[in-house]
Write a protein that binds this ligand. Structure first.
Ligand code: ZN
Length: 397
């Protein structure tokens, strides 16, 4: 097992306290700290602290893929770590976004390459050729917008708010079946010109303020719209948010976001795992590149049941079930007794509470809160001991 030194992304929506406190550094930090990236994404790999000195994890894997990944993962995914593990700390809302399917990502990446768009260009939508299913597990209270609501619920919200500027959107919603009506309503919102957009956002915000003040049934949704409008004034994403499920997770609960799911994390701290990719198509609530036509290509307009995902106990682990082939995330609550774990591929372990010792035939490491280690497939097995909460990322068999 090898200790990782992982990069932190300073996106403006990040918290100045959460990641620093998790890692035992002074807080608040001078810059926002949005995401801690534990993995081997070529744009920002973790560094492995080897006895010979630090080395980027992607290079360690490429130098000896069979030791790092094992035959099974190498054959299926090639000489790269299939997943990326993050700690995400949102003090402010993130952009409204969706991720492409595997086929859309491969095609989009090839198309932008063919057009000669540089990989790091701000207007590039596809930064790699991989899809990006993702799972977020809340470490405390966490709020998110996740997937389109049922069409009748959207209609009810719009009728309740009664904004004349949204009449055309509502008519399109109600004229189409599900999910065509949802698509038509969403397209109508994105198609507003600048003047219409400003008027619609202003009228919707005013209606939400009235509704919240009167203690209406959509008070939580309206408070969310008002908060988004103060962060991103005039952004049509503020209105789009009303079409999505508002989800509040408690510690240990999760959301899984498959390709095409429109979502936005609003606030909170969580452990996130995804296929190793940085492919994001944004629809608003951001100052970054927004690619509306491409977003409309990848969106899934079917209604989403937004119940929080809870882990399933399996031996000493609680496993978060998802259909993703690239990752499986589980949580271990260690209470003193050592537990033995079998290794069938590359793993990353992250301690979020307490302290633990990870010992394998290849090495032994004490892990404090906020620290992560890489476990090469060739370890075969290892043991964990301590009083700690540990998140374990593996490639499912
Ligand atoms: Zn996302």
């Amino acid at each position: 097992v090898y200790l990782l030194d992982s990069p932190i992304k300073d996106y403006p929506w990040g918290s100045r306290t959460a990641i620093a406190e998790l890692m035992g550094r002074p807080a608040p930090t001078p810059k926002p700290e949005a995401e801690l990236w534990m993995g081997a994404h070529p744009s920002a790999p973790s560094r492995v602290l080897l006895p010979t000195g630090p080395e980027p994890l992607d290079q360690v894997i490429q130098r000896d893929p069979s030791t790092a990944l094992g035959a099974r993962v190498l054959a299926r995914f090639g000489p790269r770590l299939p997943f990326l593990l993050k700690v995400l700390a949102a003090a402010r809302p993130l952009s409204l976004q969706a991720h492409p399917s595997a086929a859309q990502a491969a095609a989009g990446y090839a198309r932008e390459d063919g057009l000669g768009v540089p990989l790091d260009a701000p207007h590039r939508s596809y930064r790699d050729a991989s899809h990006k299913p993702e799972l977020l597990v809340a470490l405390g209270r966490f709020r998110a917008l996740c997937g389109f609501r049922r069409r009748d619920e959207m209609g009810s919200v719009l009728r309740e708010l009664d904004v004349p500027e949204l009449d055309a959107v509502r008519r399109r919603l109600e004229a189409g079946s599900e999910p065509a009506g949802t698509r038509a309503a969403f397209e109508a919102l994105l198609a507003l010109d600048e003047a219409e957009r400003a008027a619609t956002v202003a009228a919707t915000t005013a209606a939400c303020a009235r509704h919240a003040a009167q203690g209406g049934r959509y008070g939580a949704e309206c408070a969310m719209v008002l908060a988004l409008a103060s962060e991103y004034p005039g952004d049509v994403g503020v209105v789009c948010a009303l079409l999505l499920n508002l989800v509040t997770l408690q510690a240990g609960e999760a959301v899984y976001l498959p390709a095409g799911n429109l979502h936005a994390y609003l606030e909170g701290v969580g452990v996130e795992i995804m296929a190793s990719s940085d492919n994001v198509l944004r629809g608003g609530l951001t100052t970054k590149h927004v690619d509306r036509p491409e977003l409309l290509q990848v969106l899934d307009f079917s209604p989403v049941e937004a119940a929080p995902l809870r882990p399933v106990p399996s031996g000493t682990e609680s496993i978060y079930p998802t259909p993703a082939a690239e990752f499986r995330l589980s949580r271990l609550e260690l209470t003193g007794n050592p537990c033995a774990l079998r290794v069938t591929g590359p793993e990353i372990l992250l301690v979020t509470e307490g302290a633990a010792v990870a010992a394998s035939p290849l090495g032994r490491h004490s892990l404090r809160r906020g620290e992560a280690v890489f476990v090469p497939a060739a370890s075969g097995q290892y043991s964990l001991e301590g009083t700690a909460t540990v998140f374990r990322a593996v490639v499912p068999e």
